[in-house]
Design a protein around this ligand. Structure first.
Ligand code: PHE
Ligand code: NA
Length: 499
């Protein structure tokens, strides 16, 4: 069985791979701004509450499912109950969609690593990024290719396919074992350099200055739970897949604590690095930190190049920053793509290399077609927003409620986790996973659903065509559900796999 599906050689390698998946773009470009916007120093309270009451407990649920049922999400859910297989495929679909656009950000970061050496973005990084680099069209869909994006995108996919074809240990495990230490070093060096920039102190003050009144606002708590779910990548199949590759009789709860705290540690580190750099930018431009603070694509590809232009040792900062983005993103992209490969392998009994090609080549093709053109930024923007809100969060609530209340699997999973553990999984876990986490998730979900229905997503001064929001936004979130339940109707190559 282990021979057929592949396995990590040790618990340590699993932990590294799981950290590699968790630590991604979200830590670097999302967390610092979310913390800043939602109470600054005071955010530590909702954040820790979310981590301890929902993040880690839910992480352990994923670990329990994958480790006990030893399969990709569809196989694990089918083994729990035949009728639940569709939930697994729904998770697989979400992973496929995310991988398709996540790869594009990686491709941009690869280019920007090289741009850093001689600051190829010139004096106006914003115009350069949107115009010259991405050649962004009006909101809509275009078929005009952009060679400068398309080529690195093909390279990224070739690399991911090559690494995944090597298998669980030699591909996924070895990549994490090599690159996670490099990431810690490169990002650590970046933070140290950033701390010495003039103005760093103001940046840190702006980030850590606590606004205690924020604690009274529900939206701040929603932001904390949202960040934790996104950042730990829980509830959509990644951790089920990785823990299915861990040897039996392994201390999984202990591993979960290590992964959870490492991921949060990396977020804190990123907050310090990013806000030191933003403090420098504010001082340099004679503005408030609040006026220059940003997140996501704008932070990485517009604000950072501007900082790199002006900062002492700018080229060094640039290389460290973009190389860190590439590494953090690569290990996350590997993890989401593996979910799809693993599911297809389980269901159709394909060899590793065949399954990798059958799965990843079409994904790469779609990725190149939609993200390698002048409308790539628009597609990415919409799909990312909707799949995060109504893909990840929704499947997380639904799968959790089904496992807990439909299949009543918690006592069995707790017993499994307790078989070998350094932390006893008691009734507290069942209370958190059964009640607290689903309620918190439902709140966050309903809250963002109302927002999206009331105001169409996007920039009101350059709105997306309605059909585009319908197809790429709501459509992709819905399509993964439909496709998921269709795939669940197909027969297993070997029906005995499921029993
Ligand atoms: N957890 C990752 C992060 O914090 C994000 C991610 C999302 C990873 C989806 C894989 C899949 O950046
Ligand atoms: Na993360």
């Amino acid at each position: 069985e282990e021979k057929r599906r592949g396995a990590f050689s040790s618990r340590r390698v699993f932990i590294l791979a799981a950290i590699g998946s968790a630590v991604g773009l979200g830590n670097i470009w999302r967390f610092p701004y979310v913390a800043y916007e939602n109470g600054g120093g005071a955010f530590v309270i909702p954040y820790l509450v979310a981590l301890l009451t929902a993040g880690i407990p839910f992480l352990l649920l994923d670990y329990g499912i994958g480790h006990k049922f030893r399969g990709s999400p569809p196989l694990s859910f089918a083994r729990m109950r035949r009728g639940a297989e569709g939930i697994g495929w729904w998770q697989v679909g979400i992973c496929a969609v995310i991988a398709i656009y996540y790869a594009a950000v990686l491709a941009w970061a690869v280019r920007y690593t090289f741009f850093s050496f001689n600051k190829s973005w010139g004096a106006k990084p914003g115009d350069f990024f949107i115009g010259e680099f991405l050649q962004t069209s009006e909101p809509g869909v275009s078929a005009t290719p952009v060679a400068g994006v398309l080529i690195p995108l093909v390279v990224v996919w070739a690399l991911v396919i090559g690494l995944l074809a090597l298998g669980v240990q030699k591909g996924i495990g070895a990549t994490a074992a090599v690159f996670i230490p490099i990431l810690v070093l490169s990002f650590g060096a970046l933070v140290v350099v950033a701390l010495f920039l003039p103005g760093a102190g103001q940046g840190l003050e702006a980030l850590f200055e606590p606004s205690w009144s924020a604690l009274a606002e529900p939206s701040v708590w929603a932001a904390a739970f949202g960040q934790i779910f996104f950042s730990l990548s829980i509830g959509f199949g990644i951790m089920i897949t990785y823990s299915s590759y861990v040897r039996r009789h392994t201390d999984m709860p202990g591993a979960g604590l290590v992964v959870g705290f490492s991921n949060s540690g990396f977020e804190l580190l990123a907050g310090i690095g990013v806000f030191s750099a933003l403090g420098f930018m504010a001082q340099d431009q004679g503005q408030e930190v609040g006026e220059v603070a940003s997140s996501g694509v704008g932070l990485a590809f517009i604000a950072f190049p501007a900082i790199i232009n002006e900062a002492p040792a700018g080229a060094l900062i640039g290389v460290l920053f973009f190389a860190s983005l590439v590494i953090a993103g690569l290990t996350s992209l590997i993890s989401i793509t593996e979910v799809v490969i693993s599911a297809v392998r389980d269901k159709f009994e394909l060899e590793r290399v065949a399954a990798t090609l059958v799965v990843a080549l079409p994904m790469a093709l779609v990725s190149v077609l939609f993200l390698g053109t002048t409308s790539g930024l628009h597609v990415l923007d919409i799909v990312d927003h909707f799949i995060n809100q109504f893909g990840i969060l929704l499947v997380a609530v639904v799968s959790m409620v089904v496992v807990v209340w439909g299949l009543k699997a918690l006592p069995m999973l707790a017993a499994h986790l307790n078989d070998h553990t350094s932390v006893h999984i008691g009734l507290w876990w069942r209370a958190l996973v059964g009640v607290v986490t689903p309620l918190a998730l439902t709140y966050v979900l309903v809250d963002s659903f109302i927002t999206d229905v009331q105001t169409p997503y996007g920039d009101p001064t350059a709105p997306f065509p309605t059909w585009m929001l319908a197809v790429f936004g709501w459509g992709s979130a819905l399509a993964v559900i439909v496709v998921g339940f269709v795939l669940a109707r197909l027969r297993w190559r070997d029906e005995a796999t499921v029993d």
